[in-house]
Design a protein around this ligand. Sequence first.
Ligand code: KIV
Length: 271
Amino acid sequence: MSVHAEQKSWTVPMLADARAAGRKLVMLTCYDASLARVLDDAGIELILIGDSLGMVVQGRDSTLPVTVDDIAYHVACVARGARRALKIADFPFGSDATPEQAHAAAVRFIQSGAAMVKLEGAGHKLETIRFLAQREIPVCAHLGLTPQSVLRMGGFKVQGREQSAAERLRADALAVAEAGAALLVLEGVPANLAADITAASPIPTVGIGAGAGCDGQVLVLHDMLGIDTGHRKPKFVKDFLAEGGSIAGAVRAYAEAVRSGAFPDETHSYS
Ligand code: KIV
């Protein structure tokens, strides 16, 4: 990768280049233009306009009520503030139920300023990943603790602890890459399992509650800033505001900790 990568806009091929160069990918969620500018100025590579906005912006109990209109609106806001970071739009619940529905939503997100779309799960979603990838829409897969599965899982629970579940996760990780995903978010899985999946994965992985062995890390911005959103903070959350001294300082401290491998440590990981 060019030594000037810091000044360039991040593109999808640069993610694989970063992995090959051993450079950790730093991702944060963001939902508005002003904070997107702060993240961009701090050199954050990836901004996720996540459906977590339902819980941290809209004050809901889960991500399930978030709509395509909500995500498209916040993608457009973020795109006005961040020029350099690669912007990833999250499919809200139900919007990726069929490849055709997902394609219609993805076109809106791309036209609003996203460069990639993220969807939760494998199984029937593999067809959707393939459908989108074949139509020039870069896809980020999301496996492990997938918050849109909260009703089936009966809560937000660490995934992959039993051997059969771990085997399924390993197989799903290979399947989403084979279907055409270019990036994989691993959420809420034991650190050893996430490290094994990363080693076997042909595409870069980004962890959240998945230990330090992933190719990058993501946190919800409000959690990283220690904001009380009214929800229980999971073990993997760290408040960087205290050490950073300001919002911009916290974002820089987080990025530095991810790049150096200092975050997440064992206290912020599952075994
Ligand atoms: O919506 C979101 O913020 C996410 C992250 C937790 C990965 O999906």
